[in-house]
Design a protein around this ligand. Structure first.
Ligand code: PAF
Length: 288
C-alpha cells in the first residue's frame, strides 16, 4: 500500500498508476480513522467497483463543534494501516491539517437547500459545512470517479450527494449499508470509547429502531412510533438526543411513515454520542 501525506504525493502516485492503466477507475473512501469492519466494508465495496482504491484518514477539526469530542476522537493509525493492508487498499492518504488547508481554513459556503437544517444540523451547528468543506477538498486531492460513504451517517450521505451535484463534480457517490455487530449495534469509530459490556448493552438502540418499524406496520403515525422507540430508553443510562422520522429525499419530518422514510436516532450512552437509523419498510411482522 502506498502512503502519501499531501496532494502532490497523491497526484504523483495516481498519475503513475494511470500511466500504466489509462482507463482505471479511481475509488475513494474518506475516513477519520479508528477503522472497523464498517470502513473495511466500504473498501471492499470500492475494490469491487474500482481499479485503484484510495482511503484517507484525517480527523477533520472543522466538522467538530465540540472541542472535547475532537480531543477524544480515537486515533489508531498503526492498527488502521494493518487493517487497510488486509483488504488490499491501494493508497492511504494521511494528510496533516496544513496539507488539507495550506492557506488556513478557507471561507466556505454552500447552500444545501435545507438538507443540513434538521437532525445533526440542529444539534451540531456548522458540522455539515465542515464535512462538505473537507470532502470537497479531499476530492480535489484524490480526483476519484467513485466515492463510498456509510449509510449510518444517513444525513451526511444525502448532503454529500447534494454537494457533489451542486458543485457539478464528476464523482459517483455510493452509499454502503450499515455494518452491524452480531447483536445489531451499528459499528462506529466511537464504539471504541465503550467497554465490551457497554457495547453489548448498546444493542438496545437497534432493538428500539426495529420495534419502531414493527410498530409502524399497524400505526403509521410518526409521533406514536417515536414514543414507542423512546419508551425503550426510559429508566436506562441512555439519553435520547433526538428521534427523527424523515423523508429520504427532503430529510424533512413526516407525519406518517411510508417506504420512502427513515427513522433516525442519536443517543448518548456513557457520554458517547451514538447515531443509527433504519429505513421504514412494510413487513408481515405484527406490531408489538
Ligand atoms: O464520515 C466521516 O468519517 C467523516 O465525516 C468524513 C466523511 C470522512 C469527513 O471528514
Amino acid at each position: 500500500m502506498i502512503i502519501t501525506k499531501n496532494e502532490t504525493e497523491t497526484h504523483a502516485a495516481l498519475e503513475a498508476f494511470k500511466l500504466k492503466n489509462p482507463n482505471a477507475i479511481i475509488g475513494f473512501v474518506p475516513t477519520m480513522g479508528a477503522l472497523h469492519e464498517g470502513h473495511l466494508s466500504l473498501i471492499r465495496e470500492a475494490k469491487i467497483h474500482c481499479d485503484f482504491v484510495v482511503c484517507s484518514i484525517f480527523v477533520n477539526p472543522t466538522q467538530f463543534n465540540n472541542a472535547d469530542d475532537l480531543k477524544r476522537y480515537p486515533r489508531t493509525i498503526e492498527a488502521d494501516q494493518i487493517l487497510l493492508e488486509s483488504v488490499s487498499c491501494d493508497l492511504l492518504l494521511v494528510p496533516t491539517v496544513d496539507a488539507v488547508y495550506p492557506c488556513g481554513v478557507p471561507d466556505y459556503d454552500i447552500d444545501l437547500e435545507g438538507l443540513d437544517q434538521g437532525m445533526e444540523g440542529q444539534f451540531r451547528p456548522g458540522h455539515f459545512k465542515g464535512v462538505c468543506m473537507v470532502v470537497e477538498r479531499l476530492f480535489s486531492m484524490v480526483l476519484p470517479q467513485k466515492a463510498f460513504f456509510g449509510a449510518k451517517d444517513f444525513q451526511q450521505l444525502a448532503i454529500i450527494r447534494k454537494m457533489t451535484a451542486i458543485r457539478g463534480l464528476p464523482i459517483e457517490i455510493i452509499g454502503v449499508t450499515i455494518k452491524r455487530a452480531e447483536n445489531g449495534f451499528a459499528l462506529s469509530s466511537r464504539n471504541a470509547l465503550l467497554s465490551e459490556e457497554e457495547r453489548e448493552n448498546a444493542q438496545l438502540i437497534y432493538r428500539a429502531l426495529k420495534a419502531g418499524v414493527d410498530f409502524g406496520q399497524l400505526n403509521r403515525n410518526s409521533a406514536a412510533i417515536t414514543a414507542k422507540i423512546q419508551s425503550f430508553f426510559t429508566d436506562t443510562d441512555f439519553e435520547v438526543e433526538y428521534i427523527a422520522i424523515v423523508d429520504n429525499d427532503t430529510l424533512l419530518a413526516v407525519n406518517e411513515v411510508n417506504e420512502n422514510t427513515t427513522i433516525c436516532i442519536v443517543v448518548y450512552y456513557r457520554n458517547v454520542r451514538l447515531i443509527d437509523n433504519i429505513p421504514f419498510v412494510y413487513t408481515t411482522a405484527t406490531a408489538s
